[in-house]
Design a protein around this ligand. Structure first.
Ligand code: ATP
Length: 241
């Protein structure tokens, strides 16, 4: 495979089992995320979506298989370099946002630039980039110096999105970021997020139960359709999959 055709993320022969679990959570033969693409990943609660996201981002290491990011296998890197590479390349929007309560909104958005010289450099003037992202996310300047706990859930979520996007990471991972929002805010948030990813050249893998959002994405994937873990477990035990 030449460098030009290497996907941003590639999983091959992936098997993952949580410690102490009786069976694999994930068994995925092949899965790719192309640079700059938009992927909507869905599946029922507990099917392994968050687990897969953690594997794509190199947070969890599978028991077998290869997971590469820009051609580099996560498993070939020592833990410290994995963490640095993640800080450089991946922006994460969590379901619960994970904003630091003792930092201002602006400083939360700037955090990735503190941990990554790559993100800092890509951001240019980092405070100006943070302000531009907050503005884009419709966060009024009066809120920028507040602590996140003073913001509504929808506002906190937009801060988390700005933090994920600063410094144009190659991959944005959004794990059910809209679950706390009402329908109108969801659609508006997804549109702004997708446009910001497109402008930054970031690929996005977006997990949601809300199938109404799926049409906005270039690709859609059902995790149960990709994941052979249940079928393999059933074949072993003789139970129906
Ligand atoms: N830290 C953990 N330790 C052990 N098992 C875990 C852990 N996190 C998740 N699991 C198990 O892995 C399976 C998949 O969980 P995961 O959170 O990836 O599913 P999900 O599809 O993201 O669910 P949801 O849509 O409810 O967030 C579940 O059976 C869950 O109990």
């Amino acid at each position: 495979m030449t460098a030009g055709t290497e996907p941003l993320v590639r999983c091959q022969g992936l098997r993952f089992r949580w410690p102490g679990a009786a069976q694999d959570t994930l068994a995925i033969d092949h899965f790719e995320v192309q640079a700059g693409s938009t992927l909507f990943l869905h599946g029922p609660s507990g099917c392994g979506k968050s687990t897969l996201l953690s594997i794509l981002a190199g947070v969890l290491q599978p028991q077998s298989g290869l997971v590469t990011m820009q051609g580099q296998a996560w498993s070939a890197l020592p833990a410290g370099r994995r963490d640095q590479r993640r800080a450089d390349q991946v922006g994460y929007v969590f379901q619960q946002f994970n904003l630091l309560p003792y930092l201002s909104v602006l400083d939360n958005v700037l955090l990735p630039c503190r941990f990554s010289a790559v993100r800092r450099q890509a951001a240019g003037d980092a405070p100006a980039a943070a302000r531009a992202l907050l503005q884009r996310m419709d966060l009024p300047p009066a809120l920028w110096t507040r602590e996140p706990t003073a913001l509504s859930v929808g506002q906190q979520q937009r801060v988390a999105a700005a933090r994920a996007l600063i410094g144009r990471p190659a991959l944005v991972i959004a794990d059910e970021p809209t679950s706390a929002l009402d329908e109108d805010l969801r659609e508006r948030f997804v549109d702004v997020l997708l446009q910001a990813c497109a402008d930054a050249g970031s690929a996005i893998v977006f997990v949601s139960h809300d199938q109404r959002l799926a049409d906005r994405f270039g690709q859609r994937a059902s995790l149960p359709a990709l994941n052979r873990a249940a079928a393999l477990a059933a074949a072993t035990t003789g139970a129906p999959a």
